[in-house]
Design a protein around this ligand. Structure first.
Ligand SMILES: C[S@@+](CC[C@H](N)C(=O)[O-])C[C@H]1O[C@@H](n2cnc3c(N)ncnc32)[C@H](O)[C@@H]1O
Length: 749
């Protein structure tokens, strides 16, 4: 798929951001937005009625509006959304620039709770018009701290049709860079409050075969830290079976296949639905792009079908308009597995304008003229192609003979001219019940046989993840619905470097599933009696119902050396019963405590992290949480290490009386922004001063939200910079994002 060049490459040319941006605009203007192969191909598919063709093509040539989503937990998102609606939009509603009225951002009518927005404003307006410039800075800061996600409008659609609930076990098979994973995580955490994160019983297993992109995904998902998240780095088309402890009807434990309630297959595709953004497609498009991906797309969907629970749902999506990558994939997968059918979702999200899936289409291998063929037989009989080319297409590229029985019209086609978006394809498949008995019998036969003496055993399936693991089937099986958590994250490579002793195990290295060698540390759950864990619990006054058996570390020794993570029960079950190396498990759960050096002569302590605090907060004894006020928050935002004596009473006496270490402060904020919510933040108390333990960007975003200006220390530095530095910074963020994924949109184009 066409990509915007990354920042570094551009900077090597020695050109400034503004210059680069203007060059890009010139380029856009010079692009020839005609491609007869593309037009001929899609006309032959009759993707829109003839009288709509011109409108459709015209929309492909228009600049794509910027879209963003207010994200995070539902309550936090609703608070920020009110700020946009009640504070920003009114100031942007009556703006004119160079004599032209500039439209304010608008909410997408089809997105739940009005949490998604779009706006179409030239970049010079964002750069020079004061109200829009301010709004732009707000978007940039909130994006950086994870409260706003820039995501193409159509890319937001597939997760909505998954209808994820907090107890669901979900899988995102091709997840990077993670914009849809974030939506799934939000649905899993729908019950969180504005200050605390629940430990849901559900699971979000996000996978991508591209190792680098899984790390982008991990970075993105850090915006909604979750004990329910796991990230793996495997080829989705051959994803291994995961085993978890289960119970038969008579109560005997066994290791059985983990099946999912919901699976998203947002598969790799030719991406011509993104042509409004990725303009190189105008020149490069040819039908073999989609033809070549068809087989992989089918195999990914077929693998998802094997991992789904009865009554579970799969959402299949692409950002391509090509039926070979869409309806043909659905038809081939349905033809190979009669336990599935397409779901009629026509009554869901009625505000979303869409067109039905195609029931017939014509494939081709013709790169020049786009002559299309009605059937595989006609194609094979043509003298236009040699055997090599003919071998690249299969009967599955065409409609099957029984296509009319598959309800392919239940698929959804989103066209650019319908609501000024990119193009997208979405289909919802459901596993039907009619063969349930047969399936259950088959599955029972496949499951690991129960051992009479419940002794350790080896599973037998050679291709299975757990095939080489010793499994203690007598171990008590945690009921999946019991809400106790635990999580992990990406590896602490520094732990192994700094702390490993010669006799310690080294991080596992393997080259699984065709990827690069896998160098990650093992995942070890701490004993609830671990002295460091007990120390964290005691110092922060964490209650006895805290799930301390769900805390894990990632380093070769399995000791609490630097970071402690929390994972929920299902994540823990997966880690404990499967080989993390074969799963290429790259991250799981969320980090909650980190080691903090306390200076010479003092023992190191662990502190609660900003991202981990929402998970820990519900367990902290409320009376031990320090009550802050606006003046204390201002001092903490503007000064790095303010002395305790700088604060007003009663805050000053309270913090002076606290021991050195990690503490939590609650600031009642309603007095500032009129919204009824508090902010709870971690601080570190040293002998004479305290400091706010959140990063600079989070401080700036908070400052802008609460005080309408950035009062943090970094502002002083910024004041020295050029007038449009914010815009440059914005552009840098955007360029990084462009490099991250196909779903990102430039904010200011
Ligand atoms: C359309 S993008 C996914 C976008 C993502 N769902 C999002 O919303 O951010 C397709 C992804 O599939 C990944 N991919 C390609 N082949 C794959 C395979 N065989 N198994 C798993 N992932 C694959 C690519 O690395 C790419 O990140």
């Amino acid at each position: 798929m066409t990509r915007t060049k990354g920042r570094n490459r551009n900077n090597r040319n020695g050109k400034g951001n503004r210059e680069r941006k203007d060059e890009r605009t010139d380029l856009i203007e010079k692009i020839d937005m005609n491609n007869e192969r593309l037009f001929g191909y899609y006309k032959a598919q009759k993707i829109v009625p003839e009288e709509e063709w011109d409108e459709f093509v015209d929309s492909l040539r228009q600049h794509l509006p910027t879209a963003f989503r207010v994200c995070g937990s539902r309550q936090t998102a609703n608070i920020l959304n009110s700020t946009i609606k009640n504070v920003h939009v009114p100031t942007l509603s009556d703006v004119t620039f160079e004599g032209q009225k500039i439209p304010p951002p608008v909410q997408f009518p089809w997105y739940p709770d009005g949490l998604a927005w779009g706006f179409n404003v030239p970049k010079k307006v964002l750069r020079r018009q004061p109200e829009f410039k301010k709004f732009h800075s707000f978007l940039v800061y909130e994006t950086e701290v994870g409260n706003i996600s820039r995501q193409e409008a159509v890319s937001m659609i597939p997760p909505l049709f998954m209808e994820v609930e907090p107890h669901h076990r979900t899988m995102d098979m091709c997840a990077a860079p993670g914009s849809k994973t974030a939506q799934i995580l939000e649905a899993i955490h729908a019950q969180d409050s504005s200050t605390s994160t629940s430990i849901p019983t559900g699971l979000v297993l996000a996978n991508d075969s591209d190792n680098k992109r899984t790390h982008l995904l991990i970075h993105q998902s850090a915006r909604l830290p979750s004990p329910a998240l796991m990230v793996t780095n495997l080829d989705a088309s051959s994803y291994p079976t995961i085993r978890i402890p289960q119970q038969r009807k008579d109560g005997t434990p066994y290791l059985g296949q983990l099946l999912f309630d919901r699976i998203l297959c947002d598969v790799p595709c030719s991406g011509d639905g993104t042509i409004r953004k990725n303009m190189g497609i105008w020149k490069s498009w040819q039908p073999m792009d989609g033809n070549g991906l068809h087989s992989l797309q089918v195999r990914i969907l077929q693998r998802a079908m094997k991992m789904l629970k009865d009554d579970g749902k799969i959402v299949y999506s692409t950002c391509s308009l090509n039926p070979v990558e869409n309806e043909a994939v659905i038809a081939e997968a349905l033809g190979s597995n009669r336990d599935f059918e397409l779901v009629d979702v026509s009554s869901q999200i009625p505000e979303l304008k869409r067109r039905p899936g195609l029931t017939t289409w014509r494939a081709t291998a013709d790169k020049t003229m786009s002559r299309t063929f009605e059937s595989y037989e006609e194609f094979m009989g043509s003298s236009m192609f040699d055997d090599n080319v003919k071998a690249k297409l299969t009967p599955g590229h065409w409609p099957p003979p029984d296509a009319d029985k598959m309800n392919l019209e239940r698929c959804m086609r989103i066209y650019p001219h319908l609501q000024d978006t990119g193009g997208f394809f979405v289909a919802v498949l459901q596993k039907v019940q009619k063969k349930r008995d047969k399936i259950e019998r088959k599955r029972a036969a496949e499951d690991t046989p129960e051992l009479p003496d419940a002794k350790k055993t080896k599973t037998t399936e050679s291709a299975d993840v757990s095939s080489t693991m010793e499994v203690d089937v007598s171990a008590p099986v945690t009921p999946p619905e019991a809400a106790t958590p635990a999580a992990v994250e990406s590896s602490e490579k520094t732990d192994s470097k700094q702390d490993s002793k010669p006799e310690e195990r080294q991080p596992h290295q393997s080259s699984g599933a065709g990827g690069p060698s896998f160098k990650e540390n093992p995942y070890t759950f701490l004993s609830p009696d671990d002295p460091i864990l007990l120390n964290c619990i005691e110092r922060l006054h964490i209650s006895s119902d805290f799930p301390s058996s769900n805390i894990l570390v990632r380093n070769p020794t399995g000791d609490a050396i630097r970071s402690l993570y929390i994972a929920n029960n299902i994540v823990k079950d997966i880690i404990q019963n499967n080989d993390f190396e074969k799963l290429r498990l790259t991250a799981a759960g969320t980090k909650v405590f980190n080691k903090q050096d306390t200076g010479k002569g003092q023992d190191a302590q662990f502190r609660v992290l900003g991202e981990g605090l929402p998970v820990i907060l519900p367990y902290i004894e409320p009376s031990t949480i320090i009550k802050g006020d606006t003046s204390a928050l201002k001092i903490l935002l503007t000064t790095h290490y303010p002395l305790c004596t700088k604060f007003e009473e009663p805050f000053r006496s309270v913090i002076e009386a606290r021991p050195v270490g990690s503490h939590v402060v609650q600031f009642p904020i309603s007095e500032l922004d009129g919204l009824n919510h508090d902010i709870v933040l971690p601080i570190w108390k040293s002998n004479v001063s305290i400091t706010l333990m959140i990063d600079k960007k989070a401080k700036s975003a908070m400052s802008l939200r609460l005080f309408a200006v950035d009062i943090t220390t970094s502002t002083k530095e910024k004041e020295k910079a050029k007038e449009d530095e914010t815009v440059v910074a914005v552009q840098d963020v955007e360029d990084d994002r462009d490099a991250e994924g196909d779903d990102d949109v430039d904010v200011d184009e």
